[in-house]
Write a protein that binds this ligand. Structure first.
Ligand SMILES: *Cc1c(COP(=O)(O)O)cnc(C)c1O
Length: 410
């Protein structure tokens, strides 16, 4: 739930920095004076008398009523994340996909049209396609070519949906250009800010209307919970999303909200440290004879390097991909598996956003449901390996990858 008139805010001085907001924004302390935010494990809230209960149920008085649509711990996370993204409000959801579902249910109706990057998270593509049966049509376009987005616009286009950088190619789209395009057509721009988080990239400052999060990734940052959120204006959250949450109930549990809330306190230093390790690892990989190509926005060889640096606070982010060659697709796949299987530190998992470095083979996992032709079109070959860099010492990560690379003939 977002800021409620009847529920006070933390009284921070105006203009404090992101690092301070990440640690301090939330609700005021309870009368007990706890220094660490309380975890309110309660499904409902009691009222002083029947008349007050009636007023609260009629929305005449703001108060916590029932945890499906309002809980102090969830509200703390929402206020903190909204403060970091620089939006008026935020609404927590049970997962990142629930956040995108909430976006669709809250904003769209049959007959509406969406334009979405072809390179977004696979389940996002699937969800938008599924809404075709309710009359919501989606056009999928290039991640990087704004002209394709422009050409796809229709009179009934209500929403543009982008995710940047993309997974696993780390392609960057121009948030400001897409926001301008959306607004020129009376549409809204939503950005999935999962890979950079507000520590590096604040889409609202670049004109985005909605920011979607999988709290499961960097916001928690330690691979512990599934969570999500939508950040937007007070009006959108109050009028479009809270009513859906109240009836549909894809609510964020207070416990998961509390875990994410504490994760936000270290978000900025984690993203800086993990991104620095990722850049060093990317530069090292570029020098390895068994590596054909490295994708990381921090590398000058990255096609959108300049845009990424401008849009992401000069930081490439914690995710990189690289390609090991092979005479044919089968050989490339064998070499990629050799590198992955030789690691002893990296976790072999498609998840990301953890302090533990994760390594995955996109062509057979996250993008395994695509046909080989679709994968080729997307530029995701059998030799590609994605690494989401954690907080281990970078020399140990280099050694972990060098072990398998040494087994590949050059
Ligand atoms: C993981 C992910 C999601 C979905 O989040 P869940 O919390 O797993 O539901 C959405 N977008 C991106 C970019 C992701 O990486």
């Amino acid at each position: 739930m977002t800021a409620k008139g009847g529920i006070p805010r933390v009284d921070l001085p105006a203009g404090v920095h992101l690092d301070t907001l990440a640690v301090r924004e939330g609700l005021p302390r309870t009368p007990w004076g706890e220094n660490s935010e309380a975890l309110f494990l309660t499904s409902s809230f009691v009222h002083p008398d029947a008349a007050t209960a009636a007023a609260r149920f009629a929305n005449e008085e703001e108060a916590f009523v029932y945890s499906r649509f309002g809980n102090p711990t969830v509200a703390m996370m929402e206020r903190r994340l909204a403060a970091l993204e620089g939006t008026e409000a935020c609404i927590g959801t049970s997962s990142g996909m629930a956040a995108i579902l909430l976006l669709v249910l809250g904003l769209l109706e049959g007959g509406d049209h969406v334009v979405c990057s072809r390179s977004v998270f696979g389940s996002t593509i699937r969800l938008l396609q599924d809404f075709g049966k309710f009359g919501v049509e989606t056009s999928f376009v290039s991640q990087t070519d704004v002209a394709e987005w422009r050409a796809a616009m229709k009179p009934n286009t209500r929403l543009l949906f982008a995710e940047t950088p993309s997974n696993p190619l780390t392609e960057v789209c121009d948030i400001r250009a897409l926001a301008d395009l959306a607004h020129a057509h009376g549409a809204l721009l939503a950005v999935d800010n999962c890979f950079c988080s507000p520590a590096l990239q604040r889409p609202a400052e670049l004109g985005a209307d909605l920011i979607v999060h999988s709290g499961t990734k960097y916001l928690d940052g330690q691979g512990r919970v599934v969570a999500g959120a939508v950040c937007a204006s007070e009006a959108l959250v109050r009028d479009k999303f809270v009513p859906v949450m109240r009836s549909a109930g894809m609510s964020l549990s207070p416990f998961n909200a509390w875990v994410v809330l504490k994760g936000l306190e270290t978000l900025s230093i984690r993203l800086q440290a993990q991104s620095a390790r990722a850049l060093e690892l990317a530069q090292w990989l570029q020098r390895q004879p068994q590596v054909a190509f490295v994708y990381h926005p921090g590398l000058p060889s990255h096609p959108q390097h300049a845009l990424a640096m401008a849009q992401q606070g000069g930081v490439g982010g914690p995710v990189l991909s690289f390609v090991v060659p092979g005479d044919d697709a089968a050989a490339a796949r064998r070499h990629a598996f050799t590198v992955i299987d030789a690691t002893r530190i990296c976790s072999i998992t498609a998840n990301l956003g953890d302090t533990k470095t994760t390594i995955t083979h996109p062509a057979s996992t996250s993008h395994g449901r695509l046909s080989e032709a679709q994968r080729q079109a997307a530029g995701i070959g059998q030799g590609m390996i994605r690494v989401a860099v954690g907080l281990e010492h970078v020399d140990d990560l280099k050694a972990d990858l060098a072990r398998g690379l040494a087994m590949i003939p050059t």
